[in-house]
Design a protein around this ligand. Structure first.
Ligand code: SAH
Length: 380
């Protein structure tokens, strides 16, 4: 496989120097080293085509003084400097092309890229998301203020070059921050959201809500997590850290009822819309901190049968884990994107009446060091 020219500078793909087979072995050994004390680690699920899997691409703009033009790149993971990137082996090709068009159009419309040093300029970032199953594409233009000179002409030119774009949104981010999106937004074209299909269900995605970036592996991960729950149709299922409700909505036909909890307000709004979109009526969502919500449920004497949890990299809080033990579901299915916090949380749960049954890795992010894991736990 051809090596990426900027891989050392970019730092996004830490395993570039390994073949895909070696990458999988590396991840398998890593999981075994960290988790085999809890249960046997089954063979990691890899991809058949491990390139161009990312359905979400983001780029930062800056002024290239040497060539006197607007340039696009990614933040170097260590220094936060922008590294110029034209195309990337893990990103969707179509999304990459749109980023390049936005860059070129910014030059022809004389729209100034953001200047980090002085906190001036107009265009900061672009975020492109594509629904692999539906072909719908969202472009989010992130600007420093609400001003975007020749806004309408710019959007028209962009959509003329890429008729596949279904919506364009402007996000305003006035802060001196590395975060990409701001809080204020404005739809410039289309509905402001796109849809995608996962495991036979349709999902609406907003600019700011979480959506798995590798849909091929995501389907395998969700199926494995739902299979692990061994639902029969009579269970109450908790979907903690539910995002846009994906897992709970897919699992709902196999459960009596599902309750999802999620902190991000936009994601909860999407989750409610997604349940309706799929005609799923035995699910409801709560917006709030998962730990606090579960603690309140435990105080009310609720008794879920199965808890599915998919926390962010930081893992769960002790408050959350305590509440899990009080709620005492028969099964806990833990989906983790960080084996370090997973091991820490497994430590707690296995010391408090749970036993890990099976552990399996999923390679959601080929060429990077990241690995996703599904663990099934039972109450003892
Ligand atoms: N299960 C979903 C989302 C997983 S990502 C999916 O597969 O798509 C983790 C989610 O946890 C994010 O949506 C994030 O907004 C949410 N989150 C982060 N901290 C949280 C907290 N304290 N309480 C509830 N949800 C939280």
């Amino acid at each position: 496989m051809e090596q990426c020219k900027v891989y050392k500078k970019c730092g996004g793909c830490q395993l570039q120097n390994l073949t895909y087979e070696q990458q999988l072995q590396y991840k398998q050994r890593k999981l075994e080293g960290m988790l085999s004390g809890y249960a046997p680690v089954q063979p990691i699920v890899g991809m058949e085509e491990p390139t161009h899997y990312r359905n979400k691409v983001q780029a930062a703009f800056y002024w290239d003084y040497k060539h006197r033009r607007c340039a696009a790149g990614v933040f170097q993971s260590t220094t936060q400097k922008i590294v110029p990137v034209d195309s990337c082996m893990i990103e969707d090709v179509q999304c990459d092309r749109i980023v390049q068009t936005v860059r070129r159009l910014a030059d022809s419309f004389k729209i100034k890229p953001y200047d980090m040093r002085y906190h001036t300029g107009v265009l900061r970032h672009v975020l492109v998301r594509r629904g692999f199953a539906t072909g719908e594409i969202m472009v989010v233009l992130v600007t420093l203020s609400s001003q975007l000179p020749s806004r309408n002409h710019f959007v028209k030119a962009l959509c003329r070059e890429h008729p596949e774009i279904t919506t364009v949104v402007q996000h305003i981010n006035p802060y001196e921050t590395n975060l990409i999106l701001g809080e204020q937004s404005r739809v410039l074209y289309g509905k402001g959201t796109i849809e995608d299909v996962l495991c036979g269900c349709r999902f609406r995605i907003s600019p700011a809500s979480f959506y798995q970036v590798n849909p091929v592996q995501c389907e395998r991960l969700y199926r494995a997590a739902i299979d692990a729950a061994q639902l029969t149709g009579s269970e109450t299922l908790f979907d903690a850290y539910c995002g846009t409700g994906t897992i709970g909505i897919i699992a709902a036909e196999k459960a009596k009822q599902v309750i999802g909890v999620e902190l991000n307000r936009d994601a909860v709004r999407d989750a409610v819309a997604n349940a309706r979109l799929n005609g799923v009526s035995n699910i409801r969502f709560q917006c709030g901190d998962a730990g606090e919500y579960l603690t309140a449920l435990a105080q009310d004497g609720e008794t879920p049968d199965v808890l599915l949890m998919d926390p962010p990299r930081a893992g769960a809080t002790v408050k959350f884990l305590k509440a899990v033990c009080r709620l005492a579901p028969e099964k806990v299915v833990y989906i983790s994107c960080n084996p370090v916090t997973l091991a820490r949380d497994l430590d707690y749960l296995t010391q408090h009446s749970y036993r890990a049954e099976t552990i399996r890795g999923f390679d959601m992010f080929p060429f990077t060091k990241h690995v996703e894991t599904v663990v099934l736990m039972s109450r003892v």
